[in-house]
Design a protein. Structure first.
Length: 134
């Protein structure tokens, strides 16, 4: 059971069809408190995602799914423990297109962690800018 933290998302994608894209998605979060161990947690994950846009235009809702790897580092006092495992990302959101090359993106995702990091599932919310290069 962890509290909220702050993080950074970097996403690079290729929109190969007007209704679909593929993405490389990296997330880093820090400042999470693990209430079970009285510890601080850092988290990073990389996933490859498939994103679909059922409607295109000025407002574009989307859903995506991805698979990749994640690392959790738990620090309690002087002790550090770092674990790697598989992660699966499911999410949805909306792109609000301001111009052809600039959009505001609002969304959320759930990361299912498996392997050595089993039980470290994460819920993410994001608000960001999207820049497109044609």
């Amino acid at each position: 059971d962890a509290n909220e933290g702050i993080g950074l998302d970097l996403v690079f994608g290729y929109r190969w069809h007007r209704n679909a894209s593929i993405e490389a998605h990296f997330v880093y979060m820090q400042g999470l408190d693990d209430n079970r161990k009285k510890a601080e947690v850092e988290y990073e994950a990389f996933t490859a995602n498939l994103k679909v846009y059922p409607v295109t235009g000025r407002v574009e809702p989307y859903a995506f799914a991805g698979i990749g790897a994640g690392r959790f580092q738990v620090e309690a006092g002087r002790a550090k423990d770092s674990e790697w495992g598989n992660v699966f990302r499911l999410g949805a959101g909306v792109d609000l297109n301001y111009t052809e090359t600039l959009a505001v993106s609002v969304g959320g995702a759930y990361l299912f962690a498996r392997g050595d990091v089993d039980g470290r599932d994460m819920l993410e919310f994001k608000l960001g800018l999207t820049s497109r290069f044609w």
